[in-house]
Structures are given as structure tokens and as C-alpha cells.
Design a binder for this molecule. Structure first.
Ligand SMILES: Cc1cc2nc3c(=O)[nH]c(=O)nc-3n(C[C@H](O)[C@H](O)[C@H](O)COP(=O)(O)O)c2cc1C
Length: 313
């Protein structure tokens, strides 16, 4: 990978390896861990602009940041340009440096509401959204997919529209909506996005090791890469790509992850919300099936820590 910083408005990222927004996973603790291993920029999971403005969603925890986040970047979704701008200006989002707009979410609840990836079919509205949100004076970045159905790509026109709206950076998840998260990313479409864009393009999809990141950049010409599931399983992937020699002790990583969560949540809540992430940390560990089962019965973090101690001893 050609490592470099990327400018987003007046901000400059530490490097061009980004940790993706991931609903249910990319909270302050996980973002802090990824930054510790060298991620150059992180994003909150997507939050609803309507939920923020009309107060019917518990977004306080979703938008909580750790001090390690030098550039605070929140991801939002919605489809009403004015509501989205107001949400950026009036709600906890006003504390963020950069706002990323989700134009990629494939989930029916979002798509059928004309939000997320549904907007790929309406570049004129997407342009208006980016234009209106840019009036907030915060740099607006966008995360897009390459289309709705495989073979019917919407990338180039969409990229041109959001550039015209004033987007400062575009992340391209190289899959169509119908692929959800499966299969090889389409490098050619990401390269087309790069060639149609007047702002930096970050490539996303299927990066699980250094070689995947190298391949992604060389086949697409993208300015940087964004890593999602690969970083949940192996947050030290950023260090690997940066060429840093890190010795990873999973037991310590797990214990420290729990301790981070305990700074924000009570013990019982942590024992519940950490389960999914812990299963990802244990992926590939031999004979971990029993432990994974048991995790779902523990109601306090001491039991989890004891079980982890025993497993790795
Ligand atoms: C559980 C899960 C939650 C996700 N949540 C979001 C989200 O909130 N916002 C977003 O833009 N993408 C979200 N994504 C998509 C990822 O950011 C990323 O684009 C996708 O996983 C492809 O990257 P990967 O192949 O490196 O995993 C989510 C993906 C997964 C698996």
C-alpha cells in the first residue's frame, strides 16, 4: 500500500487506513482499539437524523467518542436534506468534525424507507442532501455502494452527483446492494469511481489481510482503504498493513476491551454487549466452540474474564 495522509476539508488523517462504520460493533471502545493499532480514521455507526432531531432514539452511547479520536467522524442516514442539515447543526452531531452520509445500507428497513442504498437510484436527491448538509460548514463525506443489482452499476453518475453537491471524500463499498456483504468486491467499479471523482476515494470490501489491501489499492488506484469485518476479527490488521511489528496477546486484548466498556456501561450490560465481539475475537481459535456457548450464560464480566484466562492458559 502507498501509505499517506488524506485531507478532508481542514482536517488531515493520520494515514489512509480507515476503520469502517459498523452497526452494533464500531462503538468508542472498538474505535479506540483500532486507533491504538494505527487506524487513520474511524466512524461511528450510522445514526438516524430523524431519530436525532425528534429524540426517539438512544443515540448518546452510539455517538460517544474516546479521546483517541483526533478527528471525530459520525455517520448519519436520512433522505430529507433540510432535516439532515438541522440534525448536524442542532444535535450532538454539532460536536463532530466530519459527517459521513450513508448511501450504502442494504437493509430493507432502511432501503424501503428511501434511505441508505435506495438513494443510489436518485442521484439528484443525493446531490441536494450533500449540498444542504455542507451548509453546516462541516466537511461532508459519503459512503456508497456501486449499485442496487449486480451488473446494473450506478457508480459513475452517483459519484459525479455527490461531488457536485460538495462531498469532500467518497468511500466506495465495491458491492451492489443485492450482494449484501458477500463475494469479491468489484475492483473495476471502484476504479471507475476513482476516475470520476474530484475528491479522494477510499476503497472498501473484502480486506482481511495486508495482501488484500495491497491488491485493492493497486487494482483501483484508490487513495486509501476502509476495513470493516477484517478489523473486527483482527484489529491489529492496521499495524500489519503499516508494517509495524506487534505482538498480539488476545487474552490481554479481550481484558482491556472489557475494561474500556466498563468505563461507560455497568457490568451486566458489558457482559451482554461484548458477547458478539468476543465471538469474533475467538474466531479461528481451536476448541473455542464450548466457550462461545458458555459466554451466552455469563451475567458478569468476572465470569467472562475467568473463562478467557482458563481458555488461553
Ligand atoms: C454488522 C455490520 C454492520 C454494518 N453497519 C454499517 C453502518 O452502520 N454504516 C455503514 O456505512 N456500513 C455498515 N456496514 C458495512 C461495512 O461498513 C462495510 O462496508 C462492509 O462490511 C464491507 O466491508 P468488509 O468487506 O471489509 O467487511 C456494516 C456491515 C456489517 C457486517
Amino acid at each position: 500500500m502507498n501509505l499517506k495522509s488524506i485531507k478532508i476539508g481542514k482536517f488531515e488523517t493520520e494515514n489512509n487506513l480507515f476503520f469502517a462504520p459498523l452497526a452494533g460493533f464500531s462503538d468508542f471502545a472498538m474505535r479506540d482499539i483500532c486507533i491504538g493499532y494505527g487506524a487513520g480514521l474511524t466512524f461511528t455507526e450510522m445514526v438516524s437524523c430523524k431519530g436525532l432531531l425528534f429524540g426517539n432514539e438512544n443515540t448518546e452511547n452510539l455517538l460517544y467518542c474516546s479521546p483517541s479520536e483526533k478527528i471525530k467522524c459520525a455517520q448519519i442516514f436520512g433522505n430529507d436534506p433540510v432535516i439532515m442539515r438541522r440534525a448536524i447543526e442542532e444535535t450532538p452531531l454539532s460536536n463532530f468534525d466530519v459527517i459521513d452520509i450513508n448511501f450504502g445500507c442494504p437493509m430493507p428497513k432502511i432501503f424501503n424507507n428511501g434511505e441508505g442504498s435506495a438513494l443510489l437510484q436518485n442521484p439528484a436527491l443525493a446531490e441536494k442532501i450533500v449540498y444542504e448538509c455542507s451548509k453546516s460548514d462541516k466537511p461532508i463525506t459519503c459512503k456508497i455502494r456501486i449499485g442496487i443489482k449486480d451488473g446494473e452499476f450506478l457508480t459513475e453518475d452517483f459519484v459525479k452527483a455527490i461531488c457536485a453537491g460538495g462531498a469532500k471524500l467518497i468511500t466506495v463499498h465495491g458491492r451492489t446492494r443485492d450482494k449484501i456483504y458477500a463475494g469479491e468486491p468489484n475492483y473495476e467499479e471502484i476504479a471507475k469511481a476513482k476516475n470520476s471523482s474530484i475528491v479522494p476515494v477510499v476503497a472498501n470490501g473484502g480486506i482481511f489481510c495486508k495482501e488484500d489491501a495491497d491488491k485493492m489499492q493497486s487494482l483501483t488506484g484508490a487513495d486509501g482503504v476502509m476495513i470493516a469485518r477484517g478489523a473486527l476479527e483482527k484489529p491489529w490488521i492496521f499495524a500489519e498493513i503499516l508494517g509495524k511489528d506487534v505482538k498480539v496477546c488476545k487474552k490481554t486484548l479481550i481484558n482491556e476491551h472489557i475494561d474500556r466498556l466498563l468505563t461507560r456501561y455497568d457490568d451486566r450490560t458489558v457482559s451482554i454487549i461484548f458477547r458478539k465481539q468476543l465471538c469474533l475475537y475467538l474466531k479461528g481459535e481451536k476448541n473455542s466452540a464450548d466457550l462461545k456457548q458458555k459466554l451466552f450464560t455469563y451475567k458478569d464480566t468476572r465470569s467472562i474474564k475467568n473463562a478467557i484466562d482458563e481458555f488461553f492458559s
